[in-house]
Design a protein around this ligand. Sequence first.
Ligand code: FES
Length: 175
Amino acid sequence: MTTTSRPHGAPDDASPGSLRERARRAIEEQPSPTVTVLSSLLAAQDELGYLPYEAVDEVSLRTGSSVNEVWAVASFYPNFRFTPPARHSVEICWGPTCHVLGAQPILQGLVSHLGLDGEGDTEDGSISFKYNTCLGVCPHAPAMSFDHELAGRMSLDEAVSRVERIRAADVEQSA
Ligand code: FES
C-alpha cells in the first residue's frame, strides 16, 4: 500500500462537490452510535465508489485515528478499492446456492468474455466485474446484478447479452 506525502487535512480540494467534501459529508451523516473507522470507510466508499486519499484522510480526521491506521483497516478488506471504478458494475454470485445451480460456468465464461483473469475492471473502463458471496436472492439462483439491478436464473448467454447491451448504451450515449 502506497500512501502519499500530502499533508494531513490539507485544504486541497474542499470545495462543494469535491471528493473531500463528499467523503466528509458521508462520514458525518452516519448515525453517531455506530461510527468507527470501518463504518466511516464504508460510508465514504458508498458515496464515492472508491477510497481516494481525501476519503482516507477525512476518516482519519473524523475518527481521531492516524492515516496509517486508517490505511491498515482499509487495505485489510478486499471490498475496498483505491482507484475509481469502471462506469458500470456487474456482479456475479458464487455463493453456495448459485454455485450448485451453475454459477461457475457463467463466471468463467464472463471472465473470458470480458478479457479478465478474475474480478477487475475491463480495459475499456466500461465494466467493473465483481464476485459476491450472496446477492440475497437464492431462490432465483444463479443470480447476478447489473448496475445494482438484480437478475435471476442467469445463463452465460443472457449474462453476455446484458453486458453487451450496457456497453452499446454507453457507446450510444457518448456518440
Ligand atoms: S447464494 Fe447466490 S443469491 Fe444467495
